[in-house]
Design a protein. Sequence first.
Length: 224
Amino acid sequence: MDLAGRVAIVTGGAAGIGRAVADRLASEGATVVVADVSAEAGGFRVDIGVADDVRALLDFTLAEHGRLDVLVNNAGGVFDTWQKTIDVNLNGLVLATELAFAAMRGDGAIVNVSSVAGLGTTSYDAPDYAAAKAAVVRFTAALANHEGVRVNCVCPDWVDTPAVQRSLAEMTEAERAAVPPLVPADEIAAIVLDLVRDDSTAGRVVVRFADEPGPPVLRDDGRD
């Protein structure tokens, strides 16, 4: 996909991975709607965990720009309740994807940002988050190419974002020592950009472990 003249939405686009992705898409000539729960950060204010907000985001994009070509479902996190975590990381993503299919009309690309937390069979300290991210992986692989709209996914490990830096600041020295080297947000943005541009790629899950050297692992499904 040539991004010049295209219209993209990046959820959670005000900081971290989302900001890096938005900048990359804009540098390729796309018009980017930055959607974020933080009103102070600019862009379109939206809580992805609220269905009416998601619908308003798609309505705004089509009214303002007349089209939608790219959706990057990046918004996520761990919240005070399990339901909110599921709503933001999974339910809002599914709704945004459904609405994007209708808007793209058979020509577009969607990239879902999951997490390595959604892979494997070991315990995890935020099971709601892990379950939601696992569902995103399977959702992506199951859709693959939906009537001309390609859907792909990236599963990052620990990424150098403001949210992660805040988490590190709250840890003990021993806990911080156990955290692997942080992956630069720009590296994840580059993977997202490749998945958007490559018209032959659909249903792929790219896994980037922080403690593994070399290029990210490209998978055809969510198995590890």
